[in-house]
Every structure is written in C-alpha cells, then in structure tokens.
Design a protein around this ligand. Structure first.
Ligand code: C2G
Length: 727
C-alpha cells in the first residue's frame, strides 16, 4: 500500500537507525525502496539483515546522481498506492505511517504529520526529549496553524531551504496525474517545487500531529558537513531556480504565491542584508543583486504589510523595486543599525560587548591582571583555585587577582576583586587582563585581545569520550563540536594530569602537543600536603559530620540526555539511600555531591543525620580528604581521588546506555578501573559491607591504575604551572 523511499549516499551509521525505525512499524503493508546514489559504503550487511524485515528493494542510481534523481527513481520503481519519503539520516518515531493512513479519506491526496528536530540517535530519543520537544512544538503551533497545510508546510521556517516533502504521505496518483517530479538539475532546494505542486493540486489534505518524522542534525561541521552547511554563495543559483519554478507552479493560487513572496522578502531582510554588509564575495553585489531585483518586481506588497516587516525593512525592499543599489545599501545599513540598537536595548550582553569593542579594548592591556574562573563562576575550586593560592603566596602583590563569580556566597580567600559573569565589570576585566585562567571553556562571545594568554586548566582526566572522539553528540547543544573547535584554538596552554590525558587531549580537542603542560593537577596538591588530616578535620566540622563517623562520598556525573536546557541538567537518584541508612547508619555518613551541571535539588530531609548534601560545597578536593570510600560512575572524580589510595566503587546502573549510546569511554571499564562495577543496589550494599575484601581484590589493579594516572601529582603541580606561565 505504501512505498517508503529512502535514498542513500553516505552515513551508514545513520542508515541503521532509519531502517530500524521502519522495521519497528507494526503496519506491514508497505515496501521500502532504497536507492543508492554512488555510495562508497558497504551496505551488504544492512541489506541482508533487513531485506525481509522491511520488505526491502534496492536500486542503484545509474548515469546520474543527486537526491532529486534518486527520489525520482524511487517514485518510478514504487508499486504502492502511497509515497513516503524518508532521508537515510532521519527516522520515524512510533507508528507514524499508520497514523497518517488513519486520517486519509477516500479522496485525500496527502496527509502530513509533525517534524521533530533532534541531534539524538534513535535509542537516545527518549521520553524526556519527547516531552521537551512537545512543548516547543506546541508553542510553535500557537503561532502557525498546523491544520492549514499551506501555512504549516510553507511558513514554518519562512525559508526556502526548510520547505520539505518529508514527514507526509502522498497519494502516488497525484504525482503521476500531474507529473510531479524533483528537478534533477538541482542539487539543493529541490523540495519547494514538489511541495508547491502538491499543495496546488491536492484535493483533500489531512493531518495528524501524532505522526512524527524525526529529522536528525549533523553536528560535526569539521568532518561531516550537512548540505545546509555548504556555503550559501554556491547554492544561490539553485535557490533562484527553485524560487522561480515554485512561483510559476503556484500560478494563480494566491495563498501559495503570497507565502513565496514573503519567503523571498524575508531572505532579503534577514540573510542577504548580512551578505552585502560582511561578505567579500562580489556575486552578492552583482549577479545575485540583479537576480533579486528581477524577482522582487512580482512581490505582492499587501503580503509584506501583513507579515510583520518593519518600516525600514520595507523601504529596503522598495529600493530593490526601484533597482537603486546605493539606496538599497543605505537602507540596509539602517535596518542593521536599528536591529543592533534594539538588541542592545533588550540584551545587556550585547550592550557590554559593543562597549568593549568600542571602549575597553582601546585601554592598555594590564600585564599584571589575572582573571580566574572555575566551573563557570559557580565556585572557587579546581586548578584555578590552587594556581591562585600559589600565586598569592609566592608572587603576592606582583599581580592583581580577579575572580569571576556567578552566584552569591562563593568563598575566595586572599586579596582579590570579583566580577559577576557577563556583568559590565566582567567585560572590562576580561578585556584588560593579560592572563585568563579557566577550568572550562571560555565564552566565545567575549572579545579577546591577541596578546591575552589563556591558560586552560581543564577539570579532569577524561574517561568519557570528548568532542572529536565522540561519534555523535547527544548533549543539549548541537553545535558543540564546532564551538569547541573555535574555543580551543584560543588556548595558549592546556594542563594535563598524566600521559594518558596528554594523548587524549590531542585527539579530542585536535590540539597541539607543544601547548600541553603535563605537570599534574594543582587541585590535587592538597592530597599530598602535610596538613591534610588537619584540613579534613576542619571540613568535617564545617559540614557538621561527627569526627567518629566514616564518610561515603557519592559523586556521580551528569547524563547528556537528561537536560532542561544547555548547562542545566536533571538527575535521578538511583542509589537506595533508605537501604544504605538501615545498613550503615551507625558507622557511616553518606555525603552526596551532584555534578555542577545538575540543577535538580535533592530532598534529603527524611534521612536526618545520615546524609549530608555537599552539592553546593565549594571545593570537592576537601570532600575527597574526608571520605573513606568514593562511589561514583563515569565521573573523572575517581582519577583525582585515587591519589589518596582509598577504595572506589562504581555504581554504573546505566552502563550500557552510557557506553554505547551517550558517550563511549577511553578506558575499558571492566578491565582498567581500580574498583568494581556495581549494577544494582544489592551489589553496592554488599561491596560496602565487604569493603576490606574489595580493597584486597583490587589492590593490584589499583597499583597499576595509580602508576598510570597518578604518576605526576606530588603536591607541587601549582608551582610547576606558575613558574612556566607567569614569569
Ligand atoms: N565534579 C564535582 N562533583 C561531581 C562530579 C564532578 O565536583 N559530582 C567536578 C570534579 O572536579 C570533576 C569535574 O567536576 O573533576 C568533572 O566532572 P565529570 O563528572 O568528569 O564531568 P565533566 O564536567 O563532563 O568533565 O576530562 C574530564 C571530562 O571533561 C569530564
């Protein structure tokens, strides 16, 4: 009944998700037509595995190439009554196809569902994201009428490149009766013409918002750019052809014509405007300008009036109508200036950034200013804290010390100044300070001078794969790889705690060996200090932990797929605290320490004195010193804690998902760790009960681990770093 047309050029890893999502449909009356477009991938395994499961027929595109030709061949080979296009890097969610069939009536030519955008693979597209996206989508639907096919399929993004045939079921006879096909001369933008034709000719169009098509973004621009990441300059000829053909196809259909007009006008005032201001490519001012002048002549001015264009924007378009380049350019500058002013008015950061560019950057760079930031200003800890302390003790007044803070109550010893992250003083000090010391990635939005020296200290030996060592990114920011690439280009030095980190940092950050200082971690200096017992006593006192109680520190990491927004993560406590209290309440205290990304608050009130919430305690190094046992999961805390040679347990209840879907590891968790992997609470209880036995069992592995990862730390890392970086 349905022909699902999948075209494949590359990305075999993505294809597996795609075909699995087809196989997951309980509806069986379909065929899958896979068109291979001169692929270099070996698909034989997938084809053998899925041939029967998804009623697969495979055809190779010959004599031509491109997605248009591939889809046309798919249409030609299809035997179904309906067509459904699916890109090889996307997938279906749930029973999408059945849901679309359900709403189709006798005379319907099309039924469309929702598009979801994700950077998650199928396994990780869990319920939490589903809900999150649902809200976004609902909000969106308030603005655009889902039930109006023209509005929904056209106006969603108001961009020609976003108009898509995907996510909808089409009656094949419609394609045949009106000879609707993809334009094979086009590499980009081949969908608008087909969508326009369908919307023009389809008699009865239905929709079902529960039918989900999941569009997956690529997030490695350096190694695997998506088509939409190609330079706009090169795709413009196709853009014009697509626009003209679609307009011609719309004919006297007013609604379609108006939408296309608005799309063109939006292109001019949103995208073209930036090109003539910033691009060096002369085509924007010559042939592309002429082409736009020509196209603008057909614009329906009423459509502009209704679609929220500002007065200045309309004037820019009218200058096009008059074919007056100088005037158009003047008007466009006005639009940009007004936009900037509005942004400055609305957004403090834009205001400060502008002030920095035109004001602070003109002031002399201060060679003696050092600005410190630890965990995005959330506390004073990690390498920056101990570098700072060393400088305070040994260089004293030679420098002026500035700390970036992002919340109240951060305790910073010694004489220093503070500035609030992204406040006016922050921009001022960031701009004037010669040295930046930061244990995370610095914001790209803060203007940086050429002479600034950034010491990136980082915050742990990597267990979890990072950035360019990750196949796919599942965190909240899809541009992660691209952003990290740009940030790391600005690091003058990067600290490393051991040879293992040095090796991994080179691959995960695409970073030069020469800039890596393999000096050990300053934050681990106190673990070797003579006064460490005294310091531990004081910390216990501060936290209200009786001296005679032993401490179990539970310090798990965050999960990429459990988030509210970038940098704001949730956490589900799987550790059975009730049981631990019953079993070990007499002897131990449980100190819970959530990762700084976690915004969920733990309610520990019912456990009385058994638990202590150490999540907002500034410095985790202090917590290591008072802990007799560490329970963690995939957090790098155990590399640091191992300096104390105390027992470590791993509560890895979601090991498979974390390893196979979310991140992957640099180490073999089963072989290389200095403690046992515990998958259940039973195992945790048993390990604590028999902690001496566990220690004995792991003593040899612990020794090996210590030699491999704790080989440099000796209490003097801060000194080595300071002597190298601050002469
Ligand atoms: N941390 C903490 N409390 C936790 C977990 C982590 O204070 N419950 C701090 C520790 O200083 C730790 C650092 O955050 O060393 C990094 O924590 P990870 O859990 O390893 O997570 P992440 O921030 O993703 O860094 O190379 C290391 C990786 O980048 C991991």
């Amino acid at each position: 009944m349905v022909s699902i047309i999948v075209t494949h050029k590359k990305d075999v890893l993505y294809l597996r998700d795609c075909v699995e999502s087809i196989a997951a449909q309980t509806f069986q009356d379909y065929e899958t037509i896979l068109i291979t477009d001169h692929t270099e991938d070996d698909l034989s395994d997938i084809i053998a595995e899925f041939r029967d499961k998804i009623h697969l027929k495979v055809y190779a595109l010959e004599g031509k190439s491109g997605v248009s030709a591939a889809r046309n061949l798919g249409i030609e080979k299809s035997e179904g009554e309906y067509l459904y296009f699916l890109d090889n890097d996307d997938y279906l969610y749930g029973e999408s196809i059945q849901l679309l069939l359900d709403v189709m009536e006798e005379d319907s030519d099309m039924a469309y569902g929702m598009m979801r955008h994700t950077w998650f693979q199928r396994q990780a597209f869990g319920e939490s994201q589903k809900e999150e996206k649902e809200e976004e989508e609902n909000e969106f639907l308030l603005q655009f009428d889902f039930a109006d096919p023209v509005q929904y399929r056209y106006e969603r993004y108001r961009k020609l490149d976003k108009i898509t045939v995907l996510g909808a079921l089409y009656k094949k006879s419609l394609f045949n009766d009106y000879n609707i096909r993809f334009n094979e001369k086009q590499t980009y933008y081949s969908d608008p013409l087909v969508v326009t034709a369908v919307l023009k000719y389809a008699k009865n169009i239905k929709s079902n918002e529960n039918a989900l098509y999941v569009k997956r973004h690529h997030n490695d621009k350096q190694n695997n750019p998506a088509i939409c990441q190609f330079p706009k300059e090169d795709t413009m000829p196709d853009y014009f052809v697509a626009y003209k053909n679609s307009l011609k196809m719309a004919g006297d259909n007013k609604a379609l014509k108006n939408h296309l007009n608005v799309i063109l006008a939006k292109f001019i005032v949103k995208e073209y405007i930036k090109k003539i201001r910033w691009s060096d490519d002369a085509r924007w001012k010559n042939e592309y300008y002429k082409e736009l002048v020509h196209l603008v002549q057909d614009i329906n001015k009423k459509a502009l009036r209704k679609n929220g264009f500002t007065h200045a924007e309309k004037q820019m378009i009218f200058a096009f109508l008059q074919n007056d380049f100088a005037k158009m350019q003047k008007k466009s500058l006005r639009v940009l200036a007004l936009r900037k002013l509005k942004k400055m008015f609305q957004d403090k950061r834009v205001r400060y950034k502008t002030l920095t560019l035109y004001g602070f950057s003109k002031l002399k760079l201060r060679e003696d200013y050092i600005i410190f930031e630890s965990f995005m200003g959330r506390n004073c800890s990690g390498q920056p804290k101990y570098i700072y302390q060393y400088l305070q003790e040994h260089y004293g007044k030679k420098y002026k010390y500035i700390w970036v803070v992002d919340r109240k109550g951060v305790i910073i010893p010694g004489k220093h100044k503070t500035c609030r992250r992204f406040g006016l003083r922050y921009y001022y000090y960031m701009n004037r300070s010669k040295y930046w010391v930061n244990n995370m990635r610095q914001p790209l939005s803060v203007p940086r001078r050429k002479e600034t020296i950034m010491l990136a200290t980082w915050h742990g030996t990597p267990l979890k794969r990072l950035v360019f060592d990750m196949d796919d990114v599942h965190s909240a920011n899809p541009k992660y790889k691209d952003i990290v690439y740009r940030q790391t280009r600005e690091w003058n030095y990067l600290l490393s705690d051991n040879p293992f980190s040095t090796e991994k940092f080179q691959s995960c950050f695409l970073f030069d060996r020469e800039k890596i200082l393999e000096y050990g971690y300053p934050a681990n200096d106190p673990l070797y200090a003579k006064d460490k017992e005294l310091r531990a006593e004081k910390t216990k006192e501060k936290l209200g932990i009786p001296k005679d109680k032993k401490v179990i520190l539970y310090a798990p990491t965050w999960r990429d797929d459990n988030f509210y927004e970038a940098g704001q993560y949730g956490f589900d406590l799987d550790l059975d605290v009730d049981r631990l209290q019953k079993q070990f309440g007499e002897e131990y205290i449980l100190l819970l320490r959530l990762h700084y990304f976690i915004v969920d608050q733990l309610d520990l009130s019912k456990y009385g004195n058994f638990t202590v919430d150490g999540s907002s305690y500034d410095d985790i190094t202090d917590l290591y010193l008072i802990s007799d046992i560490l329970i963690t999961d995939y957090s790098s805390v155990f590399f640091d804690f191992a300096n104390l040679k105390r027992p470590i347990l791993y509560f890895t209840y979601d090991l498979e998902k974390y390893r196979d879907v979310l991140r992957g590891f640099y180490l073999d968790m089963e072989k290389d760790l200095p403690g046992p992997l515990l998958l259940t609470n039973d195992e945790v209880v048993d390990a604590i009960q028999n902690i001496d036995r566990v220690q004995e069992q792991y003593s040899e592995k612990y020794e090996q681990f210590y030699r491999r990862f704790c080989c440099i730390d000796d209490g003097h890392a801060a000194q080595r770093v300071c002597e190298k970086v601050f002469q």
